[in-house]
Design a protein around this ligand. Sequence first.
Ligand code: XMP
Length: 172
Amino acid sequence: MSLPGETLFSEAELQERISALGKQITEHYRDEELTVVGLMNGSLFFMVDLIRHLPYQTQMECWRVSSYQGKESTGSLQGLDAIHGDYSGRHVLIVDDILDTSLTLSKVTEKLLSLNALSVESCVLLSKQRERAVNLTPKWAGFEIEDLFVIGYGLDLDHKYRPLPMIRVLKD
Ligand code: XMP
């Protein structure tokens, strides 16, 4: 049975890093208006904490997409067909919990470009060190981690463990 194991990042470490990311993102966009697209459900906590460090004009959307089942990537991204909205001429920042194979970020980036977004960048809280399906580097990453399955702070195993305030390794 899989259970929460070692803590990788405490609540305080997460908040300190998110505050620093918020400053860098604010500095990058300066006077440009920004739309943040948070990928649900995993990035919910991260997006809410990050956006509080961004300018008040920042707009926010949530896209519900998923590529994972249990502890494995399915190799395809569900949910993009349901996405509509006006992103034309907008600077868009995709916010996701974790970069793994890069399938999610590459497909969501493609979708935003097809909706005529002016620019598309991404910010992930965690980036797994592993081979990617697509060569994609997010502009901002909170922490690099080994290729481990992690939970907490929005990250789940079959919808459990999201409320943990810290990031922990899932141990078998
Ligand atoms: P890809 O492979 O598309 O994966 O880059 C990104 C999405 O996969 C999920 N994911 C995880 N979820 N613990 C989780 O709770 C993990 O270790 C993990 N690795 C990938 C997540 O939904 C992310 O958006």
